[in-house]
Ligand binder design. Structure first.
Ligand SMILES: [Zn+2]
Length: 419
């Protein structure tokens, strides 16, 4: 995952344009992405697909003709979606188009101007302080023309048509945690899941933030009822503790599963309530859809100083954090895959466990006691109404242990799965 981030890092992405296409083409080496191109001007609910933006070069030269800001050094130098300009101007005029971050004077901020046709440059505050009263030459060789909004989708069929939606945004330029980490984790999750048998079908979508989910929802409105659970993947490569932002429903199965897995994982974590800001969960959880979609991150967006700056770079994320995030996602999906209702085939009083060899004689005393209690909980709550997740929650025993005991009791013809 880290090496794919290295390949994606230099590309200048935005909500439309060649950077998105190049990035999706890199991810297509790992999973068979279907690429969708939606024309500029298409009405999507209250929004309109914007013109397509592309950029080839940009710089500011001083009066000696030296390039003092160069897009080729960092694509963050350009105010993303800047209209083209080639002009000479004095410092006072130029200054109105410069963006810096005085509190972190060495970092370049990431700024956008998607819905306001203007231009600008972003630079470190230290670079800004070196500028003087002189004539500057400014070039932005960009285009903002009718074209397309591009997104990628991969549908992985399972035993049932019920779907799990996994969504990531793909619109940020050279920024690693937000958002390359989400793009690669989603890709490798899809690649892994394509190699195992699945109860649910999965839909992985790679979309520009906000306008992408609005566009996708408007194109797929009639099939949204198939989505039973969903997660937005973002900020999964930093070293902070996990953060789960609940769906708008707050008590959806996905919310309960992620909370359950985190609680029993011994990983440090925070659970936060839904709020209508952040990533594409805002659109999935708008009142007209109210889909059961949460957002599983490490450090939440905006909660680390490097967020949306040049310091969210290849050093800010680590392969081992990507790996543990990947494993957490797999644990969550594995609970969703195996969460079933359980029915006792011997519900009148407890079955005699000793006769069936179900009293553990081996193992440490505490392990034996926990396992024994798990057997009793699972047998007691197997009334055909409780799911394994219900049993795990009520008994405060981990889902994995409940599932393992359930499987053993099914083998002994004491329980059966209720679909
Ligand atoms: Zn962002």
């Amino acid at each position: 995952m880290y090496s794919v981030i290295e390949a994606l890092y230099p590309i200048c992405r935005s909500i439309t344009g060649e950077g998105v296409r190049q990035s999706l083409s890199i991810l297509s080496k790992y999973i068979p992405l279907e690429i969708h191109e939606i024309p500029s001007g298409t009405k999507v609910f209250d929004w309109t697909v914007p013109k397509e933006w592309n950029i080839r070069d940009a710089y500011i030269k001083n009066s000696k003709g030296e390039k003092i800001i160069d897009f080729k050094n960092s694509n963050l130098h350009i105010l993303n979606y800047s209209v083209p300009i080639k002009d000479k101007m004095n410092f006072d005029t130029l200054k109105k188009h410069l963006h810096t971050l005085p509190e972190h004077p060495n970092w370049i901020p990431y700024r956008t101007t998607y819905y306001d046709e203007t231009w600008g440059f972003c630079l470190s505050h230290n670079q800004f302080l070196e500028l003087q009263e002189e004539e500057y030459e400014v070039l932005i060789d960009s285009s903002l023309e009718d074209g397309y909004l591009t997104y990628g989708e991969y549908y992985l069929p399972g035993e049932t048509e019920n779907e799990i939606l996994i969504s990531c945004h793909i619109c940020h330029p050279s920024l690693c945690n937000d958002n390359l980490s989400g793009m690669v984790l989603t890709t490798f999750l899809a690649k892994y899941l394509s190699s195992v048998s699945l109860r649910y079908s999965y839909r992985f979508i790679f979309i520009p933030g906000t306008i992408g989910s609005i566009t996708w929802l408007s194109k797929n409105e009639l099939s949204l009822s198939k989505i039973k659970h969903g997660l937005v993947v973002a900020c999964v490569g930093d070293s902070g503790p996990f953060t789960y932002k609940k769906s708008r429903r707050g008590d959806a199965e996905i919310d309960r599963v992620v909370i359950n897995v985190l609680k029993h994982s011994e990983e440090e974590h925070n659970i936060i309530e839904f709020f209508p800001y952040g990533y594409d969960e805002r659109q999935y959880c708008s009142p007209g859809f109210n889909l059961p979609v949460g957002c599983l991150m490490r450090t939440s967006h905006g909660q680390y100083p490097e967020y949306h700056t040049s310091a969210d770079d290849l050093d800010f994320i680590q392969a081992e954090n990507l790996a543990s995030s990947f494993l957490l996602y797999l644990s969550v999906l594995s609970v969703l895959e195996s969460n079933t209702k359980s029915l006792s085939l011997n519900s009148k009083c407890e079955p005699q466990l000793g006769r069936r060899g179900l009293y553990d004689k081996l193992g440490a005393q505490t392990d034996k006691e926990i396992r024994q209690m798990t057997i009793l909980w699972v047998l007691n709550l197997s009334d055909g109404e409780h799911t394994l997740l219900d049993i795990s929650e009520r008994s405060d025993l981990s889902f994995d242990l409940v599932k393992e005991v359930f499987d053993t009791l099914v083998e002994h013809n004491l329980l059966t799965e209720v679909s």
